[in-house]
Structure formats: structure tokens, C-alpha cells
Design a protein around this ligand. Structure first.
Ligand code: FES
Ligand code: FES
Length: 166
């Protein structure tokens, strides 16, 4: 039997920068981002696809980085929470979470914001029900969700005249 290959040369874009990294085939995307690249904004909560803390955008779509192997992200565009602030100015969603107290312990917040970011790119003016649906894969143990909804609505209002997501 031939020896199994266990590493892959991964070419992808992370937060706008092209990368080539040799990664183990069993390396999770969450661990690749946090440990190989140092982007620790992406959190790991359940490590099993249940909490949404690890949500990042892959080709613009919110996905759980704890359920994805890095090696399967060949040619993908990956965005993490670190990508949102521009020139040290928080994005509208980030400001919303700050202004509306949508974050308490903060552990769920990066995943919440990335899920909301993906949702607003798809639908810039979601109803409250649509916001709740868009964040249904993300759990928060602190806020009771009301402030999170208000934070997203704050961002929608801020972005309303610009016609673009955070
Ligand atoms: S850490 Fe990925 S869903 Fe919980
Ligand atoms: S702010 Fe603590 S889990 Fe959401």
C-alpha cells in the first residue's frame, strides 16, 4: 500500500492577502487561522459546529471554521473579523455591537458579526425575523439576543444610504 499523503500546499486568500501554506490535511480551518496565521479573533467554543463562535466568510458565505478542513479551502477567499475595520475605523456592525451593547463577554461576538456581515451582503435590509434567521446558527450565552438584534439594526440604519454591507 502506498504511503498516504498528509500535507497539502494550500493557496488561498485571507483578508485580502494571498497565501501559500503547507498545511496538514487534518488541520481545521479555525486552527489554521488562529495558530498558523495568528488571527485569533476567530473563536473556538464548542469545536463541533454548534455555537457559531468560529464563523468566518468563505467566498462571502458564513461558515463554521471548526467544521472545515483548511486543505479544502484551495483558492478560497476567507475573511475573518480582523478584515472588517478599515484604517482603524470599526465597521458599522462593529460600531453597532459597541453602541447597542450587543456584546458582553465577547466570546460569541466575532462569529456573530461575521454571520451578520454575510447576511447583510446578501440582504442589506433584513426584517427582524430575517436577522434572527440569519443569526440562528450563532449562540450567545450572555445577551439574550435583543441587544444583538439592535446592533445589527444599528448597522443597517448606518449603511442604509450607502447601499453596502458593513
Ligand atoms: S466552535 Fe465552531 S461552531 Fe462552535
Ligand atoms: S456576549 Fe458572551 S456569549 Fe455572547
Amino acid at each position: 500500500m502506498s504511503e498516504k499523503r498528509n500535507k497539502t500546499l494550500l493557496h488561498c486568500t485571507v483578508n485580502g492577502k494571498e497565501r501559500d501554506d503547507v498545511v496538514k490535511d487534518n488541520l481545521l480551518l479555525a486552527d489554521y487561522l488562529r495558530e498558523e496565521i495568528g488571527l485569533t479573533g476567530t473563536k473556538i467554543g464548542c469545536d463541533g459546529g454548534e455555537c457559531g463562535c468560529c464563523t468566518v466568510l468563505i467566498d462571502g458565505v458564513p461558515q463554521h471554521a471548526c467544521l472545515r478542513l483548511a486543505a479544502t479551502c484551495q483558492e478560497a477567499e476567507i475573511e475573518t473579523i480582523e478584515a472588517l475595520a478599515e484604517q482603524n475605523r470599526l465597521s458599522a456592525l462593529q460600531r453597532g455591537f459597541h453602541e447597542k451593547l450587543g456584546t458582553q463577554c465577547g466570546f460569541c461576538t466575532p462569529g456573530m458579526i461575521m454571520a451578520a456581515e454575510g447576511m447583510l451582503r446578501e440582504n442589506p435590509n433584513p426584517s427582524e425575523d430575517e436577522i434572527r434567521q440569519g443569526l440562528a446558527a450563532n449562540l450567545c450565552r450572555c445577551t439574550g439576543y435583543v441587544k444583538i438584534i439592535e446592533a445589527v439594526q444599528f448597522a443597517i440604519d448606518e449603511l442604509g444610504s450607502k447601499g453596502k454591507a458593513a
